[in-house]
Design a protein around this ligand. Sequence first.
Ligand SMILES: NC(=O)c1ccc[n+]([C@@H]2O[C@H](COP(=O)([O-])OP(=O)(O)OC[C@H]3O[C@@H](n4cnc5c(N)ncnc54)[C@H](OP(=O)(O)O)[C@@H]3O)[C@@H](O)[C@H]2O)c1
Length: 350
Amino acid sequence: MVPTQQTALLLPEKFGDWTVGSVDVPTPGPGQLLVKIEATALNPVDWKIQVYGMFIENFPSIVGFDAAGTVDAIGKGVEGFAVGDKVVYQGFFVNPQATFQQYGIANADVTAKIPGNITVDEAATIPLGLATAALGLFDLYAAGSAKLFPPWVEGGRGKYAGKAIVIFGGASSVGQYTIQLAKLAGFSSIITTASLKNTELLESFGATHVLDRTLSEAALVAEVAKIVPAVEVVYDAISIASTQNPAYDIVAPGGTLVLVLPDQIDATKKSAASGKQIVNVSGNVNIPDRRKTGQTLYSKLTALLEEGAIKPNRVELLPNGLAGIPEGLERMKKDQVSAVKLVAQPQETV
Ligand SMILES: NC(=O)c1ccc[n+]([C@@H]2O[C@H](COP(=O)([O-])OP(=O)(O)OC[C@H]3O[C@@H](n4cnc5c(N)ncnc54)[C@H](OP(=O)(O)O)[C@@H]3O)[C@@H](O)[C@H]2O)c1
């Protein structure tokens, strides 16, 4: 029996304090699923919404963009899912589709079943990070993508053999999925920046070279030049000024730089260089113009996970369910999270 009330982590007003409270359990509309959320992951956007007052205007608001759990009810017209299925999906910027709550609404066309080799907690680390990696590099339909051919579509695997890609911030959640997709796409040189303690992990995902992220901008550019003569695609998963500027220097004329945050590249650099494309990714498969690529990705996600072609981020489980999230967000804000995804279990809220 689906309850009518549930517990959620609420942002009562713009810039307000996180508060655990009670809200209605939503009803799935056509094409949607009601999911009992057993695991939700934390993302930088969650604390940025609270601190900077961005993206959300209707309060009280619920946020959270990564969910995994059990299908509890099914909307009209949905095929391929049954009550009791374990599923993973990405949340969105409206309360019923947010994930810091015990029950949420998923769009079935961008939801995947969780295979047996992945836990529900691990599955929750996937949606936002993977979407940002996938849509930034491989969205053939929307602007804000390098528009490479997706490796999850037939004919896409290995297509970029012989090519090089540079990924700033390989240990971030987005970076880890970007490395794995680059490997599937066949890139021969996958050069990434990280704290060197994360080298082994990133090599296990497919990185061929891990450069110390504390190197100076000039040293990084020089190190990359020693490894490969030209780089057509650079993905900056960190996108602060100190990564964007060397990233822009590294990308070859005619190549593409993918950013995950607004452009902060020196204007003088840009006027001096020609033919370098900069694109800004919107990493959510529920955005209307991103949905088509999201559908193709989610139609293959279960198989990719089962095969081990995409591995989840490492999990650190937070205590106290939804009530433990604010402390986790504080740690993220202070840059105290390295190569791990913080995950909360909403059903365990105390
Ligand atoms: N545009 C969009 O739609 C979109 C979507 C998702 C995320 N984002 C943004 O993308 C960024 C990354 O998100 P995330 O969830 O992947 O972050 P995350 O997992 O929380 O990032 C933590 C990691 O960042 C790495 N890092 C920090 N500063 C670095 C630097 N200067 N160079 C290289 N690595 C650095 C650290 O690596 P080490 O541990 O190796 O030091 C750490 O492991 C955030 O700013 C987020 O807001 C945007």
